[in-house]
Write a protein that binds this ligand. Structure first.
Ligand SMILES: [Mg+2]
Length: 410
């Protein structure tokens, strides 16, 4: 555990002189009799938590046996605590950040930049990080989520209202069928339909032989028919020649959406595929920052964008990508990094504010876990995730579960 306490003395040496307006709000005297901002960030704690999953989760580049999340606990001088989460799928097998790098980078580089600064001014706090730290969008997303949670609690408002206001209270949620076994996947889909939990199914393909993968997907679509939307996620596994053929086969067999069929590096190939595929192409790994989204939109490389707070740097940052997509006439899908409850609700609060969310969401991360660290798990009912209007992210930690599941427990 790494907890950094604010030292107003160190702060005054390292920091440039504050402009007169910066320290005026809700000031009070600290124990040393020095003037302090009540919403000043006092400590940031990062905790790696390993959570078991209900089954192995097979992706083109990795098979998950458990999920590891980095919990971020940000405390302000007024006693308000904000929670955030930074979670990857498969760590460095998927992207540039791992739970260990996220923890190290927040502890050593993010936290010293934020201590003593106003936790209530999220624009200024995130700008401060952006100026000194490139990339690291997963870590930034966790911090931004914690700042929003804290400020929502401070104002008595849900995060969705801090983001401009929600236009829905619930989000339809897809389920990923990832056992790799056709009969098992069909049985799992039927069970989800019976339970009224999911009627959108995403199949993870690309790791196996192409024709076997296509036969697997088509068999599942045939079994489910019009009762469900069936989509595939290739996680960049195909080359363009394979993708041209496979997209045609999938599109003509009722598959609704094809996610990231080829490498994020082959953007020209994505443009060509998007022009000929009978099913829409969705960009996922292609978007590692808001600027990626702009370039994809400009080039016509995808007709749908997967929105992920972790890839953009937070719930506010992901709305910038959404705005680019809306301006370009690109459809939106609320994506996940298979976060636990905190990251899932941070994503949900952002997605609740979108004008249109034509392709719904895949915010099912908490359902893949056998344990979580929240007092009340997120509420899934009637094919949707329902999001309360409680202040902040609307959740509280189960401290006993956290103590048991944290990696560094004594
Ligand atoms: Mg994906």
């Amino acid at each position: 555990m790494n907890t950094f306490k604010v030292s107003s003395q160190t702060n005054s040496i390292l920091e440039p002189r504050k402009k007169p307006y910066e320290n005026r709000r809700h000031n009070f005297k600290n124990l040393m009799g020095m003037e302090m901002l009540s919403s000043a960030i006092e400590s940031i704690e990062t905790i790696i938590v390993d959570l078991p999953t209900i089954r192995p989760h097979k992706l083109a580049m990795h098979t998950m046996q458990h999920q590891t999340l980095v919990l971020i606990r940000l405390r302000c001088a007024d006693g308000i605590e904000g929670l955030g989460e930074a979670t990857t799928i498969g760590g460095l097998a998927y992207g540039n950040e791992s739970p260990d790098s996220i923890k190290t980078n927040i502890d050593r580089f993010f936290t010293p930049l934020l201590l003593g600064h106003d936790g209530a001014n999220i624009n200024a706090a995130m700008q401060r990080l952006e100026r000194s730290i490139r990339g690291n969008t997963f870590a930034k997303s966790g911090i931004e989520s914690a700042l929003l949670d804290a400020h929502g609690k401070r104002l008595g408002l849900p995060v969705s209202e801090l983001l401009g206001g929600r236009v829905r209270d619930a989000l339809p949620v897809a389920w990923t069928l990832a056992s790799g076994d056709t009969a098992k996947d069909i049985a799992e889909a039927e069970k989800m339909l019976d339970l009224r939990r999911h009627r959108i199914f995403k199949l993870k393909i690309g790791a196996g032989e192409v024709d076997r993968d296509l036969a697997h997907v088509i068999a599942i679509k045939k079994a489910l028919g019009d009762r469900a939307s069936v989509r595939v996620d290739v996680n960049q596994a195909w080359d363009e020649a394979v993708a041209v053929r496979a997209c045609r086969v999938l599109g003509s067999n009722g598959i609704d959406l094809i996610e990231q069929p080829i490498s994020r590096n082959n953007r020209a190939g994505m443009v060509r595929l998007n022009a000929i595929s009978p099913a829409p192409i969705m960009a996922d790994e292609s978007i590692e920052c808001v600027e990626d989204a702009f370039n994809l939109a400009r080039e016509g490389a995808a007709s749908v964008f997967a929105l992920k707070i972790a890839k953009n740097g937070g719930p506010r940052a992901v709305l910038r990508t959404a705005a680019i997509a809306e301006a370009a006439g690109i459809g939106l899908y609320g994506g996940t990094m298979l976060e636990g409850g905190i990251g899932t609700l941070a994503s949900a609060h952002a997605f609740l504010t979108l004008n249109t969310l034509s392709w719904d969401t895949e915010l099912f991360g908490p359902l893949l876990l056998t344990e979580d660290i929240l007092v009340e798990p997120p509420l899934y009912r009637d094919f949707q995730l329902h999001v309360s209007r409680a202040p902040g992210l609307g959740l509280s930690l189960d401290e006993d579960r956290l103590a048991f599941l944290r990696r560094d427990k004594a």
